[in-house]
Design a protein around this ligand. Structure first.
Ligand code: ADP
Ligand code: TRP
Length: 330
């Protein structure tokens, strides 16, 4: 069985793009693999060194993961800082990570440009910490978006280097995992690219959004004056509405509006109303679950404790073996 691990930084609410891109498939995967999900709270310090409400952010991320269908009895869901062995592995990996290769990482260069007043060592060694997250469970597959591919490449380099330096075949070389062929991109509502939390707030629909808010955002989505020629291609903003509809509505509904479009009879107001209703229905169980779990601090604490214990079992074993391989006192 493969070991699968994924993580997110607790820096914002989950949106429909995160859900369809990453989480919806996890729900199934957790039954077919040994799965770890973690909240990367150490990593958040590289950009937010003095977080206002670290524990609140971590709790929110955990609640949304659980609401989206991760079962803490099946998968291991934990908080990065609850597995401090990660930091020890990070230290070992850093001893064999070179300044030059770290400086060449695109995300480092981007961040250095974005926060020139705070180009800290944590930012430079972000890929070693991420490699430690992945290697501490000796993971095989890492579900991530395209922007993380280079980090995975570094992880493989560090794993290979460790194996070579210490003449062992200990770490597997983990790959970025994209759920088979089904790479899905959920567009935003602003007519442009992908749905993203960092863009305009109105472009993204969050799993925790109330029905009224969803309605408001969808009704404001960018459209055009409508087609004037039968069967004409759909411009981006219109194609985006259809993409969203394909994700949440029934095939019949999509076909109905497609036909209307092709016959130049479409009324975007009607389509948006239907889309909003379908998004509201689709997300309702998740939204309800978020509310329910947010109010249940005892349960959340229990899940965190359980995750901590399970993550420790795997992580401590790895670090113990690494210490022995390098030659420390057992
Ligand atoms: P954001 O772009 O909103 O900051 P993140 O970078 O935190 O989102 O992405 C977390 C995960 O969600 C990534 O693995 C990424 O592949 C996935 N994801 C984010 N936005 C989308 C989208 N619009 N469509 C599909 N997947 C997405
Ligand atoms: N770098 C990832 C992101 O920004 C978060 C992350 C940290 C991660 N450690 C990880 C993802 C390990 C997968 C595996 O989205």
């Amino acid at each position: 069985m493969d070991i699968v691990l994924s993580g997110i930084r607790p820096t914002g609410n989950l949106h429909l793009g995160n859900y369809f891109g990453a989480l919806r498939n996890f729900k199934k995967m957790q039954h077919e693999n040994i799965c770890y999900f973690f909240i990367a709270d150490y990593h958040s310090l590289t950009t937010h060194p003095t977080p206002k409400d670290l524990q609140g952010n971590v709790k929110q991320a955990l609640v949304e993961y659980l609401a989206a269908g991760i079962d803490p009895e099946v998968a291991t869901i934990y908080v990065q800082s609850d597995l401090p062995e990660t930091a020890e592995l990070y230290l070992f990996l850093n001893m064999n990570a070179y300044k030059g290769e770290l400086e060449r990482v695109t995300t480092f260069k981007d961040k250095a440009r974005q926060q020139p007043e705070n180009i800290n060592a944590g930012l430079l060694t972000y890929p070693t910490l991420m490699a430690a997250d992945i290697l501490i469970h000796r993971s095989h597959k890492v579900p991530v978006g395209k922007d993380q591919e280079q980090h995975l490449e570094m992880t493989r380099t560090f794993a290979r280097r460790f194996n070579r330096l210490y003449k062992v075949d200990y770490f597997p070389e983990p790959v970025a995992y994209n759920f088979g062929q089904e790479l899905i991109k959920i567009p935003g509502l602003d007519g442009g690219g992908k749905m993203s939390k960092s863009d305009d707030e109105n472009s993204a629909i969050f799993l925790a959004d109330e029905p009224k808010m969803i309605q408001k955002k969808v009704m404001r989505a960018v459209t055009d004056a409508g087609p004037t020629e039968k069967n004409s291609p759909k411009p981006d903003p219109i194609e985006n509405l259809f993409s969203l509809m394909r994700a949440v509505s029934s095939p019949d509904t999509v076909e109905y509006f497609d036909e209307k479009y092709n016959n130049c009879e479409i009324r975007y107001g009607d389509m948006k109303k239907q889309l909003a209703e379908d998004i509201i229905n689709y997300t309702e169980p998740i939204r309800e679950k978020i509310k329910e779990l947010s109010a249940d601090d005892d349960y959340i604490r229990k899940v965190m404790d359980m995750g901590k214990e399970k993550a420790h079992e795997s992580g401590a074993k790895t670090v113990r073996e690494i210490r022995e391989i390098i030659g420390f006192r057992p």
